[in-house]
Ligand binder design. Structure first.
Ligand code: SF4
Length: 100
C-alpha cells in the first residue's frame, strides 16, 4: 500500500476545507477519523501514537476521545494499526490517508 509523504498530505487536506467538523491540521483543514471497531484487536498502537485522540474503551475497542493530536500523530496512528482499522477522511467520505 502506498503511503503519502507529509508534504502531499497538505495538498490533499486543502480539498477538505468544506468539511463541517472533526479534527484540524496545522493549516486549519478539517479531517474525519474513522475506526473500524470490528477489526480492532486492542493492540494499543493508535493510543500510543496519538494518545489524545484514541483510547481503549471497557470492551478493549479503540474509540475517539474527541480531542486531537494533530495530523502527524494521526498518520502515525493509521500506520501503527496492524489491521488497517483507522482511516482519515474528508467530509464527503473520501479516504485521504492511507491512499492505495
Ligand atoms: S492500532 Fe488498530 S488494532 Fe490497535 S488498538 Fe488501535 S484500532 Fe485497535
Amino acid at each position: 500500500m502506498e503511503r503519502l509523504a507529509t508534504g502531499d498530505m497538505g495538498t490533499l487536506l486543502a480539498d477538505c476545507l468544506s468539511a463541517p467538523q472533526a479534527g484540524r491540521d496545522a493549516t486549519g483543514s478539517r479531517v474525519f477519523i474513522r475506526i473500524d471497531a470490528d477489526n480492532c484487536i486492542a493492540c494499543g498502537g493508535c493510543t500510543s501514537a496519538a494518545p489524545q485522540t484514541f483510547r481503549l474503551n471497557e470492551a478493549l475497542i479503540a474509540e475517539l476521545t474527541g480531542e486531537h493530536d494533530g495530523i502527524p500523530a494521526l498518520k502515525a496512528a493509521v500506520d501503527s494499526c496492524p489491521l488497517f482499522a483507522i482511516t482519515l477522511h474528508c467530509a464527503d467520505g473520501t479516504v485521504i490517508y492511507p491512499r492505495d
